[in-house]
Design a protein around this ligand. Structure first.
Ligand code: NAD
Ligand code: MN
Length: 354
């Protein structure tokens, strides 16, 4: 049996309600898969900041780095007004652990009127998110500017993982899983018609990486980011895997999430060398916290996605199938999907289908 050590970071708000569901589904996987789990409880978030003065304790980072194979991260609340010394722990975590890829699958259940099945792969470490900004005075008033940094190294590795994800999806389809797609396709997103150096470097580097012979079965296309937004809403079935620099990927992935109905359904993973952190796309949802009605599905799917990057594809497939069965039947749904079921009831139903 393989033992996987998984860090659990509930964070704030409904993070505390959905992360236990992620733990339970991992524990409920059939023994025949040969997987064992050890869990480590870790803290981060706004509450942690209020208690300890830091939103991301060094201990959390060290344990993730030195001990964990994977982790589940819930959600954190950001203060509505600037609070001295506070900064987002998830952004810091991505940087400190070099989790260079943010992977977000967006998929409808089978039989949906407008079927969608795509994965957005967002570069996670650079672009405008290097946060190198400055403001200065001029005779006409203040001017603020920011550095947009694009490197060959980061562009190459993000395109490579996008190619690998396209191949994995091809393999899953070949195993008889229904899909709206035929061939593996990676669409490179950029705005190199305007930003010829930065986005130009992203584009040419991604092209080069995807020209590697191991991706010979993967079709490669390009799309300018603004026209991609248009097409994403008009013709989402045209996409298989989308790879994008940090900012475009952030915007596209939240937009794509809107296509499938509820934030409570959409998972993500932050992936680096030797570590994958599953993270539901939603926030801490203060409007529904404490009521026991948060949809746990984004977290359950994030646990499955984490397993995919730990090369446990069969275990991941079990979780996806159990979730899809719950959604297709449509009897035990949480309020965000129009139902009346509590978090607990949804989890119990899905565990029963594993
Ligand atoms: P949110 O995602 O928390 O909530 C948006 C809406 O979706 C709310 O109406 C909420 O009730 C609903 N919703 C979200 N997840 C749900 C679930 N699992 N089940 C049912 N309904 C769900 O976004 P927000 O309200 O803009 O932000 C709230 C807080 O979360 C803020 O402090 C924000 O900074 C933070 N936030 C954190 C993350 C993150 O940790 N990755 C992401 C977005 C927002
Ligand atoms: Mn975002």
């Amino acid at each position: 049996a393989r033992t996987l050590r998984i860090g659990l970071i509930p964070g704030d708000g409904i993070g505390k309600e959905v992360i236990p569901a992620g733990r339970r589904i991992l524990e409920a996987l059939p023994a025949s898969l040969g997987l064992k789990f050890e869990f480590v409880n870790l803290s981060a978030g706004f509450e942690t900041f209020e208690q300890t003065g830091t939103a991301l304790p060094d201990k959390t980072v060290a344990i993730l780095k030195l001990e964990c194979d994977g982790a589940l991260f819930g959600a954190v609340s950001s203060p509505t007004h600037p609070v001295k010394g506070y900064s987002s722990p998830i952004v810091a975590l991505r940087k400190k652990l070099d989790l260079y890829a943010n992977v977000r699958p967006v998929k409808t259940v089978l039989g949906a009127a407008k079927p969608i099945d795509m994965v957005i792969v967002r570069e996670n470490t650079e672009d405008l998110y290097v946060k190198e900004e400055r403001t200065y005075d001029t005779p006409e008033g203040k001017v603020a500017e920011a550095i947009k940094r694009i490197s060959q190294r980061a562009s190459s590795r993000i395109a490579t993982i996008a190619g690998e994800i396209a191949l994995r999806r091809q393999k899953i389809r070949a195993a008889g899983n229904p899909s709206i797609h035929k061939g593996p396709l990676v669409t490179i997103t950029h705005k190199s018609n305007v930003l010829s150096q930065t986005d130009g470097l992203f584009r040419t580097t991604a092209r080069e990486a995807l020209a590697d012979p191991r991706f010979s079965s993967v079709a490669v296309e390009e799309q300018i980011v603004d026209s991609m937004v248009y097409k994403l809403f008009r013709q989402p079935e045209a996409y298989d895997v989308i790879v994008a620099p940090n900012l475009y990927g952030d915007i596209l992935s939240d937009g794509a999430a809107a296509l499938v109905g509820s934030l409570g359904l959409v998972p993500s993973a932050n992936v680096g060398e030797g570590l994958a952190i599953g993270e539901p796309c939603h926030g801490s949802a203060p409007d529904i916290m404490g009521q026991g009605i948060a949809n746990p599905i984004a977290t359950l799917r994030s646990a499955a996605l984490m397993l995919e990057f730990l090369n446990e594809e069969e275990a991941a497939a079990r979780i996806y199938a159990a979730v899809d069965a719950n959604l297709s039947e449509g009897k035990l749904l949480s309020p965000d999907l129009g139902g009346t079921a509590k978090t607990e009831e949804v989890v119990a139903d899905i565990l029963g289908r594993l």
